[in-house]
Ligand binder design. Structure first.
Ligand code: ATP
Length: 360
């Protein structure tokens, strides 16, 4: 296993810049998710790392050694990088047993039978599939097939495992089970894992750190909690977690890291990032409000009209209009009528500078 370093990687297809000046350092054993909307460049970045694409500019290093550095004519081929790759399609051979599928890369490498069998047994035990060793992949569920693909990549003892939307084909329940299987796999192997997804809940549930991508750039790299509570810009704030991002202008300081923001009749005490605190003319400021920080309370000075009410089991989620074009998602303990006027109390928010992240 090895550290992975990407430095100012750029890749264009024709005139279209799919990956734009991306730098990212991944530590040995880390689980990093690449998260972003469709077409933002996640898969291209993974393919660059795997060696299926060559960057136009920048360097990629594995364990301190450059594997792609076009300025110096370095381009190490995918096999020599020794990275395990798992895609959403499992790419298993239906005519071979599960065990043979897992061991096939070792056969190609010319390993003897006994050594192969030992490695196959170990890999199948890590993904909890020993009882299925002699079955055909066609007799397995989608989740089991994905675990076979994981075991097949594991027998190669890769320096890191790259996963491209591996759960996209599975139903919701199986996805949750498989998230746990990937986490167990990560814990048991200590493998460096890079996991591409457009599903923020999946990234939050699994990754040590999440790199949020948009239009070929990385907007923010942070632990899930930091990303959720302290988004760097409006793209991250809107993409990660349910919540509203409101443009604001009127901020007064209340001490280090805190400020007061006016929203209609209400004054909201919020946390503020350094760049926003330094933004003296108040331009480009955004207030991120998470639904769990907004409560329906008749004493609330902020009034709004209920636009929608959905029962989530245990609580309700309302959409409340508080201004001409400002809608807040809010949790409530009772059902509300559409059109009903409610008072709101806001216990926390995050003020950020909306220009932050643009130059990342
Ligand atoms: P998704 O989640 O939909 O898979 P993504 O974030 O993985 O999206 P990429 O597959 O990396 O996005 O694609 C980024 C952009 O680059 C897209 O606009 C895509 O059309 C373009 N692109 C990717 N590969 C090629 C290629 N070989 N030739 C031309 N354009 C490409």
């Amino acid at each position: 296993m090895a550290d992975i370093n990407l430095s100012r990687i750029t890749k264009s297809f024709g005139d279209y810049r799919a990956v734009n000046q991306v730098s990212l350092d991944i530590k040995d054993g880390e689980f990093v998710a690449l998260l972003g909307p469709s077409g933002c460049g996640k898969t291209t970045l993974l393919r660059l790392l795997a060696g299926f694409e060559e960057p136009d500019h920048g360097t990629i290093s594995l364990g301190g050694q450059a594997v792609a550095d076009p300025a110096n004519g370095v381009m190490v081929n995918p096999e020599a990088r020794n990275l395990g790759i798992v895609f959403q399609s499992y790419a298993l051979w239906p005519h071979m047993s599960v065990a043979r599928n897992v061991g096939y890369p070792l056969e190609v490498r010319g390993l003897g039978r006994a050594e192969r069998d030992a490695k196959i047994a170990e890999a199948l035990s890590i993904v909890a599939l020993e009882p299925c060793a002699d079955r055909s992949p066609t007799e397995l569920s989608g989740g089991q097939r994905q675990r076979v693909a994981l075991a097949r990549c594991l027998v190669m003892e890769p320096r890191a495992v790259l996963l491209d939307e591996p759960l996209a084909n599975l139903d919701v329940h199986l996805r949750e089970t498989m998230q746990q299987a990937f986490l167990d796999f990560h814990r048991r192997t200590g493998a460096t894992m890079i996991y591409v997804t457009h599903d923020q809940a999946e990234a939050m549930a699994m990754a040590d750190r999440i790199a949020v991508m948009d239009k070929g750039r990385i907007r923010q790299v942070a632990a899930p909690e930091t990303l959720y509570r302290e988004p760097a810009d409006h793209m991250v704030a809107g993409f990660v977690g349910a919540g509203a991002v409101l443009p604001i202008g009127d901020v007064s300081m209340r001490g280090t890291g805190r400020c007061s923001v006016r929203l209609g009749e209400a004054a909201i005490h919020a946390r503020i990032c350094q760049k926003a605190a330094n933004n003296s003319d108040g331009q480009d400021l955004g207030l991120c409000l998470r639904p769990e920080d907004v409560w329906v309370d008749e004493a609330g000075t902020l009034r709004g009209s209920v636009e929608d009410c959905v029962y989530l089991g245990g609580r309700f989620r309302l959409q409340v209009r508080v201004g001409a074009d400002q809608i807040l998602p809010v949790y409530a303990t009772r059902r509300a009528r559409i059109g009903e006027t409610v008072g709101l109390v806001i216990s926390d928010g995050w003020v950020f500078d909306r220009s932050e992240g643009e130059a990342a």
